[in-house]
Design a protein around this ligand. Sequence first.
Ligand SMILES: Nc1ncnc2c1ncn2[C@@H]1O[C@H](COP(=O)(O)OP(=O)(O)OP(=O)(O)O)[C@@H](O)[C@H]1O
Length: 263
Amino acid sequence: MIKFEHVSKVYPNGTRGLDDVDLTITDGEFVSVIGLSGAGKSTFLRSINRLNEISEGNIVVDGVSITKAGKKQLREIRRHIGLISQSFNLVKRSTVQKNVLSGRLGYYSTWKSIFGLFTKEDYERTKQALESVGLLDKLHSRSDELSGGQQQRVSIARTLVQQADIILADEPVASLDPITSQKILQDLRKINQEMGKTVIVNIHSVEMAKAFSDRILAFKSGKVVFDGTPKQLDETELARIYGKNPAMNQDQDASEDDGEESR
Ligand SMILES: Nc1ncnc2c1ncn2[C@@H]1O[C@H](COP(=O)(O)OP(=O)(O)OP(=O)(O)O)[C@@H](O)[C@H]1O
């Protein structure tokens, strides 16, 4: 369970990234986070594993305050939180196997990590994780030989090997074409439903947020302005979130998708 208790974040330049966010995400939820660019989605997501230090309030993950955690405790909490990002964050020149195995690093002391002393079980977990994302045949391939969608699957497999209970996905499909984006979201949904993992996804496409989520959170100027089911997210709510004609919002989504496609 993730609990935000009146959380605010003010950046050094005075920008309010989060403004009094107070909510709970329960285990096994699939939550999409939407809102205009600059609304606070990344700030919200990256506060959960404290990549982002908050200015006020408290964030509790599985009963432990990550806000107040010391170094050792923070490392322990972070073991349970996987992060997937738009840029995949793989070591491009390394093999798929090595990249996925790196999900185990949080479980080892620094010297073991440096020498890459992984157990037989770790290697077995790596194979299983790759199998579950349909990439076992790429085990020994170099990561930069894979397509964007395949690279994103490798980063999903890495969170599985990490045995993370919570998966944070910061715009995981922003650099992928619409069809591949659908497939990646399907993978995340499958992991959520079959393994019971909590998945929180920042996403620009309202359509995809509606198709894959149990719950949608919308941010505007750091505030949560919508918190409900895909069904509750109607035209009126969309107008409130995006501050304009919802029809235009759909256009914006479409053109954004086009833009991503041509990248
Ligand atoms: N390091 C920073 N220093 C100052 N302001 C920042 C910093 N990071 C983010 N901000 C500001 O905080 C606000 C929220 O940013 P955030 O990146 O969380 O938005 P977002 O909804 O994820 O946007 P996008 O969809 O473009 O990624 C924005 O006004 C942004 O300019």
